[in-house]
Design a binder for this molecule. Structure first.
Ligand code: HT7
Ligand code: ZN
Length: 852
C-alpha cells in the first residue's frame, strides 16, 4: 500500500459548501441519497473526485440529469464542465454487516456512525478530507418501533410520520464542518435531559442518550458535561454555539468517544457509572473524556485540521485542555503524576521503538494508526511547554488569537504556534522542532558547588536519540523548572525556569551558602529523561522535603528505580533507603492519602524494563517482588494502620474518600506482599463487604495475583454477579490477564475460548488481549506462547476490525529490547502476520514497520 506524504498536500480541486443527505435507514440495507453543491476551487480542469468505500452505487446525476462517471479504486470521478454543479449520488450500504465499526454500523440494535478519520466515505461519495467544509442538512426515515429516536448534528428542524410504521426527522447544522464530524444515530433510546445557560444567556438543551436500563448511570457524565461547559467559558472564554448538545453511548466503539458537532458518540465505558459498577478511576476517566469531547467543539470543530498530519493541532491541544480541567476538579499534583505515568508507559516506549514518529508525522499508510500517544499525549506536553514558557496570560492571549483568526477554518500546527508567537511576542522558531523531531530527549544535569564563592554551576546537556528516518537532530528548547535546596538547612535557594536551548549550557546560581540539592524538571515541565546521577541520600531528601509535590513523587520514583535497576543488574538488593523513604512518607501527616498512595507505589515492571538495554522480565519481576516483600514486612504496622484508617462506613465521592480508597488497596497489596497470614482473608472480606466497585475490584486484583483459595471464590462470585454487565465483565477478564501468577498465559488462552469472549467488541478485546500484552512477565514467557497467542488474535480480529487489530501490534515490535531468543520468536510472529494474505493496510503498516 502507498504512503501519503505531508509534503504532498494540495488544496482540494472542488469545494462542497452545502450537502443534503437523505437516509432510508434499515439494519440490513440503508439507502443514502446525497446532494452536493460543488464549486471549482481555482483554474484547473480536473474532474470532481469523490471518495467511496464498500458502497453499492445506484445512480449519479448532475444538475438533475444522469451523468457520465467512473468508479474505480475507491474514487468516483465525474467530469464537470462548469464551475458549479449540483451532484446527486444514491448508494446502498449494510450497517449490520459493518464489523469495522467505521461508517454507519449497528451496535446493540442502535444504528450509529463513526466518520473520523476516513469513515464518511463508507456512507456516501464525498471528498473525504478535513479541509472540505460544508453545511449539512440531514433527513432520516426509519421504522418507528425499532428506531423511535432519530438524531443528527446541529439542531432538530422538523419530524413527522412517514406511514407504514415509519417516521422521519430533519436536522440542520449551520456550522460548516468537515465530513469526519458528521453523525447520526437511530435507536430505542432514553435521555437524561438537562439544560445549560451560557455566559451569553443562551439556553442549551442537553441530552445523554442510553438504553433504558442504563439511565440511572448517566448522572456523573451529565454533571461532568456541565462542569466542562462552565470551565471552558471561564478559562478559555469559549461558549457553546448550538441550541442542543447530545451524547449517545454505544457498546461497540473503536476508540473512547467522538466529538461530532452537537452529537458526540461515546464508548459506553466513558458514560455509564454508578458506585456498584464503576471504580473511582472510571469516574475520573468519564469526567476527562466527556470534557475532552466537549472541548473539541472549539479545538477541533470550530477550528479544524487542514490535513491529518495536523492531527495534534486538535488532539494535543484538547488533551492539554482536558488535563487542565481535571487538575482543576481535584488534586493538580495527583493528576500530573497520573498524566506523566501514562506518558511514560505509552509514549516513551513508542518514541524509543520502530513506530516512533514526530508529533506532526511526515507520512502514513493508514491514518488510523496515527491516533497515538505521541500525537495525543506528547502533543499535549508540547502545548504545556508553550504554556510554561509564555505564562498563563500570554498563553490565553495566544489561544484567543488562534480561535479568532481561524474560526470556521481548517488550520495547521504552524498556525497555532504563529498565533502563540504573535500574541505573546515570544520567539518560538526553535520550538517548532518539537513538532518535527521524534524521540525523547535525554538531558544530563550535573550540579557542582564552590563553597568559596557561594556559586553553584548547573551543567546541562541534551542528547536526541535517532529515530526511524531521522538520524541527525537539532537541539530543542527544553523548559526545565529548577530549584536548589540547602542540604543542611533545607532552605530553598533558587526556583526558576531554565530553558536549555543549546546542546550544552551552564547555568550559574549565586549566593548558595551550603551544598545544594538539585530539584529538576519540577512538575515534569518537559517530556524528557533526566540523567542527574543524584545520590540515594539526595533523592531521599527531596522525597521528604521538596515543596513541589510532583518533584517529591519523582524523587521517590527515581530512588526506587535506581534500587531496582541495581538489583536486576548486579543482584545486589539494598532496600534500606527505599524503605526509609516510604516510612517517612507514610508517617507524614501533612500529606493527603491520594498522594501517599501514588508515592509509595513501585514503578511498574514495564517501566523498569524501559531503563535497561536488554529487558529481563523474570529478573525484573523477582527484584520488584523482593522489594515489595521487604517493604511489606518492614513497614507492616504502618500498612496495617493505613489500611484501618482508610476504612469507611459508607461510600462517598469526595476527593478525600477517593484518596482513602486508593491508599487502602495499596496498603492491602503490601500486606499481601509481606505474606501476612490474614492478608488473603482481609482481601476477601474487603471484596465481599465492599459497597463500591473501587474496593471490590481492588481486592479482586490482589486476590487474582495469589494462589490462595479465596481467589477462585472471589472470581466466581464476581462473574456470577456481573455476567450480564459487559463493562464490568471486561474487568473480570482484565484482572486475570494482568495477574502476576505463573499460569497467566495459559489462563488467558483459556479465557479467549470463554463463551463471553468475543473478537467483535473492541472493549472485550482490549480487556483480555490488550491487558495480557501489557503484562510484561506473562507476555514474554520464554516459550513464546504469549507472542503466538497475540499474533493469532491480531490475524483473527483483522478480518473483522483492522483498527482494533493494528492497535495490538506494538508489543511485538519491541523485540529489539529483548534477548536474542525472545527477539527471534517475536520477529517470527511479526513475519507470520506480514506474510498473511488479505491483511489490512492497518496491520500491514504496523507489523512491517515493527520488523524494521
Ligand atoms: N477524535 C476522536 C478520534 C476517534 C477515532 C479515530 C480513529 C478511529 C475511531 C475513532 N473514534 C474517535 C476521539 C478524540 O480524540 O476525541
Ligand atoms: Zn480528541
Amino acid at each position: 500500500p502507498a504512503a501519503v506524504l505531508r509534503e504532498a498536500y494540495r488544496e482540494p480541486d472542488w469545494l462542497v459548501p452545502e450537502i443534503a443527505l437523505e437516509f432510508a435507514l434499515g439494519p440490513d440495507r440503508t439507502v443514502v441519497r446525497a446532494t452536493l453543491r460543488v464549486e471549482r476551487n481555482g483554474g484547473h480542469r480536473e474532474p470532481l473526485r469523490l471518495d467511496g468505500e464498500d458502497l453499492a452505487l445506484v445512480g449519479v446525476r448532475v444538475d438533475g440529469r444522469p451523468a457520465e462517471h467512473r468508479y474505480a479504486d475507491g474514487v468516483l470521478s465525474i467530469p464537470l464542465g462548469g464551475d458549479t454543479a449540483e451532484v446527486e449520488t444514491v448508494v446502498e450500504i449494510s450497517p449490520n454487516s459493518n464489523s469495522q465499526l467505521m461508517g454507519l454500523y449497528e451496535s446493540g440494535g442502535i444504528l450509529c456512525t463513526q466518520c473520523e478519520a476516513e469513515g464518511f466515505r463508507r456512507i456516501t461519495f464525498f471528498p473525504d478530507r478535513p479541509d472540505v467544509l460544508s453545511s449539512y442538512k440531514v433527513r432520516m426515515t426509519a421504522d418507528k418501533a425499532r428506531y423511535p429516536v432519530l438524531l443528527a448534528n446541529g439542531d432538530p428542524v422538523a419530524a413527522g410520520d412517514a406511514g407504514e410504521g415509519r417516521h422521519w426527522a430533519e436536522w440542520h447544522d449551520p456550522f460548516p464542518k468537515p465530513c469526519y464530524l458528521f453523525a447520526l444515530v437511530a435507536g430505542d433510546l432514553v435521555a437524561n435531559r438537562d439544560q445549560f445557560v451560557t455566559a451569553g444567556g443562551k439556553t442549551v438543551e442537553l441530552g445523554i442518550w442510553v438504553r433504558e436500563g442504563d439511565l440511572a448511570k448517566t448522572e456523573h457524565a451529565m454533571a461532568s458535561l456541565k462542569a466542562a461547559m462552565a470551565w471552558d467559558e471561564r478559562v478559555y472564554g469559549r461558549e457553546y454555539d448550538l441550541g442542543v448538545f447530545n451524547i449517545v453511548a454505544v457498546s461497540d466503539f473503536n476508540f473512547g468517544a467522538m466529538e461530532n458537532k452537537g452529537l458526540n458518540i461515546f464508548n459506553s465505558r466513558y458514560i455509564l457509572a454508578d458506585p456498584d459498577t464503576a471504580t473511582d478511576a472510571d469516574y475520573d476517566a468519564i469526567a476527562g473524556v466527556v470534557a475532552h469531547e466537549y472541548f473539541h467543539n472549539w479545538s477541533g470543530n470550530r477550528v479544524t485540521c487542514r490535513d491529518w498530519f495536523q492531527l495534534s493541532l486538535k488532539e494535543g491541544f484538547t488533551v492539554f485542555r482536558d488535563q487542565q480541567f481535571s487538575a482543576d476538579q481535584g488534586s493538580p499534583a495527583v493528576k500530573r503524576i497520573e498524566d506523566v505515568r501514562v506518558l511514560r508507559a505509552a509514549q516513551f516506549p513508542e518514541d524509543a521503538g520502530p513506530l516512533a514518529h514526530p508529533v506532526r508525522p511526515e507520512s502514513y499508510i493508514e491514518i488510523s494508526n496515527f491516533y497515538t500517544a505521541t500525537v495525543y499525549n506528547k502533543g499535549a506536553e508540547l502545548i504545556r511547554m508553550i504554556h510554561t514558557i509564555l505564562g498563563p496570560d500570554k498563553f490565553r492571549a495566544g489561544s484567543d488569537l488562534y480561535f479568532e483568526r481561524h474560526d470556521g477554518e481548517a488550520a495547521t500546527c504552524e498556525d497555532f504556534v504563529a498565533a502563540m508567537e504573535d500574541a505573546s511576542g515570544c520567539d518560538l522558531s526553535q520550538f517548532r522542532l518539537w513538532y518535527s523531531q521524534a524521540g525523547t530527549p535525554r538531558v544530563r544535569a550535573d550540579l557542582t558547588h564552590h563553597a568559596g564563592d557561594g556559586r553553584a554551576h548547573l551543567e546541562l546537556a541534551q542528547e536526541l536519540p535517532s529515530t526511524p528516518g531521522q538520524d541527525q537532530k537539532k537541539p530543542m528548547p527544553i523548559p526545565l523548572k529548577v530549584a536548589l535546596f540547602g542540604e543542611l538547612t533545607g532552605e530553598k535557594y533558587a526556583d526558576r525556569l531554565v530553558v536549555l536551548e543549546e546542546t550544552a549550557q551552564e547555568i550559574v546560581f549565586e549566593g548558595i551558602g551550603e551544598r545544594p540539592i538539585l530539584s529538576i524538571n519540577r512538575d515534569f515541565s518537559a517530556p524528557v529523561v533526566i540523567e542527574s546521577g543524584r545520590s540515594a541520600d539526595d533523592l531521599a531528601f527531596l522525597s521528604a522535603q521538596d515543596d513541589n509535590p510532583f518533584a517529591r513523587y519523582e524523587a521517590m520514583q527515581q530512588l526506587m528505580l535506581d534500587t531496582l535497576v541495581a538489583a536486576v543488574a548486579g543482584g545486589k538488593a539494598d532496600h534500606a533507603a527505599v524503605i526509609e523513604a516510604v516510612r517517612r512518607t507514610l508517617e507524614d501527616e501533612r500529606l493527603d492519602a491520594a498522594f501517599v498512595a501514588e508515592a509509595v507505589l513501585l514503578p511498574t515492571e514495564a517501566f523498569i524494563g524501559d531503563q535497561m538495554l536488554v529487558v529481563d522480565p523474570e529478573a525484573i519481576h523477582a527484584a520488584r517482588e523482593a522489594l515489595r516483600t521487604d517493604l511489606g514486612q518492614e513497614l507492616e504496622p504502618l500498612w496495617r494502620s493505613a489500611y484501618a484508617s482508610t476504612a469507611a462506613n459508607r461510600f462517598e465521592t469526595s476527593p478525600s474518600a477517593k484518596g482513602a480508597r486508593r491508599l487502602r488497596t495499596v496498603a492491602l497489596g503490601y500486606l499481601m506482599a509481606a505474606g501476612a497470614e490474614d492478608a488473603a482473608a482481609l482481601a476477601l472480606a474487603q471484596f465481599e463487604g465492599a459497597d463500591n466497585m473501587t474496593d471490590r475490584q481492588g481486592a479482586l486484583g490482589m486476590l487474582s495475583n495469589s494462589d490462595a483459595a479465596e481467589r477462585d471464590r472471589a472470581l466466581d462470585a464476581f462473574y456470577a454477579r456481573y455476567r450480564s454487565n459487559a463493562l464490568v465483565l471486561d474487568k473480570w477478564f482484565s484482572v486475570q490477564a494482568l495477574s502476576t501468577r505463573d499460569d497467566t498465559a495459559e489462563a488467558v488462552e483459556r479465557l479467549a475460548k470463554h463463551p463471553d469472549f468475543t473478537l467483535a467488541n473492541p472493549n472485550r478485546m482490549r480487556a483480555l488481549v490488550g491487558a495480557f500484552a501489557a503484562n510484561q512477565r506473562a507476555f514474554h514467557q520464554t516459550d513464546g506462547r504469549g507472542y503466538r497467542f497475540l499474533a493469532e488474535m491480531i490475524l483473527a480480529v483483522d478480518k473483522l476490525n483492522p483498527q482494533t487489530a493494528a492497535r495490538l501490534v506494538p508489543p511485538l515490535g519491541r523485540w529489539r529490547r529483548f534477548d536474542e531468543a525472545r527477539a527471534a520468536l517475536m520477529q517470527a510472529e511479526l513475519r507470520r502476520v506480514v506474510e498473511t494474505k488479505g491483511l489490512s493496510k492497518d496491520v500491514f503498516e504496523q507489523a512491517s514497520k515493527s520488523l524494521g
